[in-house]
Design a binder for this molecule. Structure first.
Ligand code: XIL
Length: 488
């Protein structure tokens, strides 16, 4: 990897030396345009929890296959699914997911061998040594079935109590004896020596009593040679993130285990994109954080109902949270600041948009009124063809409406290509007409299109009147930065 990177860097430098100013428009070397590509550049995977029956829905699999290179079964590998009757195993749904993963170059997380929830009825009624035997048999059978196909198993899920005790959660399994967790890990290792074996839990998003209880268990396991390779942090998050989130990951990594973000979803609201970005940056900052999984694909796939907690909306559009994750994976220029992007805009005002590189204003060329008319830059004159209003489209996106024509900025033909023309068009509130306001330094912002995720820029960093306005990969150049000057 290292030598390939060095070669790439050398090649980029050579291009820079020979091509002069065009290099200024080239996105940073190694920037990925999908979650999986950007994560892979950083040596990480990017995964999603999959409801296996949705693999028949093409709108779903299109996103899954384009953006993700790791999957985990949302429910289909749990005890109640794989062993509904004692010693009768059903693997068809889990197998279907594994096949899909193998056909599409995705790794598989196994979730989960033992958990107090979603046990089959027959196990719920058991106790003592009969239950212990059934638990270990379950671990052995399922891990053996999937042997060689699983990157990491959540061997045990959610065995610690919430609150301040730092102790174990009471459950039928816990009542079989405190050593049940290590017994499960030893059985899993024997059944599938190639899989990484993880302990997975929630409410462990900072240094607190619960995460410290788990930390002490992992340290004990490592000191006694109990096989454990990784700790999963579910990260079902609300509207804020513990300030020691990264430090908590790091202290586990320092014990000699990998860490992974295993079930990430974040409450909707003004902070959602910021939190997604911060979690991503925390993982990247911890060298043993090997990947991130979101608990679902689109908002409507989420177990969190109306929380709209995921990276894609119900129509499959990329949300601001998606861009925050992608930016972070790509080395994230400036971390999003508080207040979140866009919150400073007044939708009742009229603005002139001044380009940082040229100092010229965003201008409806020749004051045209037709659909498809081009957008240019021009020396600022505050004319109505240089005045724009932000019309709220929800989820942090806005149309940008001309005072002269009442038409809105539009990426022509839903282009997703670099250089795609920005024109005006009748306001249809299409995703190619919606822009997110991303903060750059010094009060400048970038306008990121919802459909293409590309930024509005002055083509070729022109400084001339009439310079063309296009979209281009968001790399933070000064020709992609705009100052919003309120004039009405
Ligand atoms: C959830 C699934 O998403 C739901 O479909 C199911 O009804 C309940 O379980 N922690 C976990 C996951 O480890 O297995 C849970 O998944 C969410 C919380």
């Amino acid at each position: 990897m290292k030598s390939r990177r060095t070669l790439l860097a050398a090649a980029t430098l050579a291009v820079a030396l020979t091509t002069g100013m065009t290099v200024a428009l080239t996105p940073a070397a190694g920037a990925g345009t999908t979650l999986k590509a950007a994560a892979a550049e950083k040596g990480r995977y990017f995964g999603a929890a999959v409801a296996v029956n949705k693999l028949s829905t093409s709108a779903y699999t299109t996103i899954l296959n384009r953006e993700f290179n790791s999957v985990v079964a949302e429910n289909e590998m749990k005890w109640s699914s794989t062993e509904p009757q004692q010693n009768t195993f059903t693997y068809s749904s889990g197998d279907r997911l594994v096949s899909h993963a193998q056909a599409n170059g995705m790794s598989v997380r196994g979730h989960t061998l033992l958990w107090h929830a979603q046990q089959p009825g027959w196990a719920q009624g058991m106790s003592g040594s009969a239950l212990r035997s059934a638990m270990i048999n379950h671990v052995t059978q399922v891990a053996t079935h999937y042997r060689g196909k699983i990157y990491a198993w959540d061997v045990v899920n959610e065995a610690f109590a919430d609150g301040g005790s730092g102790g174990r959660r009471d459950s039928n399994m816990q009542r079989t004896g405190n050593d049940w967790i290590e017994a499960a890990f030893r059985a899993a290792r024997a059944a599938d020596p190639g899989a990484k074996l993880c302990y997975n839990d929630y409410n462990t998003d900072g240094i607190n009593a619960k995460s410290t209880g788990i930390y002490n268990m992992v340290r004990d396991f490592k000191s006694r040679g109990v096989p454990i390779d990784c700790v999963g942090f579910q990260s079902h998050l609300g509207t804020s993130l513990a300030s020691d989130y990264q430090a908590n990951l790091q202290r586990f990594a320092d014990l000699g285990v990998d860490v992974q973000i295993t079930e990430l979803d974040v409450m909707t609201g003004g902070n959602q994109a910021n939190i997604y970005g911060a979690v991503t940056r925390a993982c990247l900052a911890v060298s043993r954080c090997t990947g991130i999984t979101t608990w679902g694909v689109r908002d409507c796939d989420s177990w969190r109902g109306s929380d709209n907690a995921l990276l894609f909306d119900c129509n499959g559009n990329k949300k601001a949270a998606y861009t925050a994750v992608l930016d972070a994976l790509n080395g994230g220029s400036t971390p999003p600041t508080t207040p979140p992007p866009g919150s400073g805009v007044d939708t009742s005002a009229w603005y002139v948009l001044l380009n940082r590189n040229s100092g010229k204003a965003l201008d409806l060329y020749a004051s045209a009124t037709n659909d498809g008319a081009r957008i240019s830059q021009w020396s600022r004159n505050n004319g109505v063809n240089q005045q724009w209003q932000f019309v709220d489209s929800g989820s942090g996106y806005y149309r940008v409406k001309s005072r002269h024509s009442s038409k809105v900025l539009d990426v022509s033909g839903f282009s997703t290509a670099d250089g795609g023309a920005i024109v005006q068009w009748s306001d249809l509130n299409g995703t190619n007409q919606q822009f997110r306001i991303a903060n750059s330094a010094d009060g400048y912002v970038r306008l990121i299109n919802r459909n293409s995720s590309k930024a509005v820029e002055v083509q070729g960093a022109s400084t001339a009147d009439g310079g063309n306005i296009v979209q281009y990969a968001d790399w933070g150049g000064t020709n992609q930065q705009w100052q919003l000057v309120r004039i009405g």
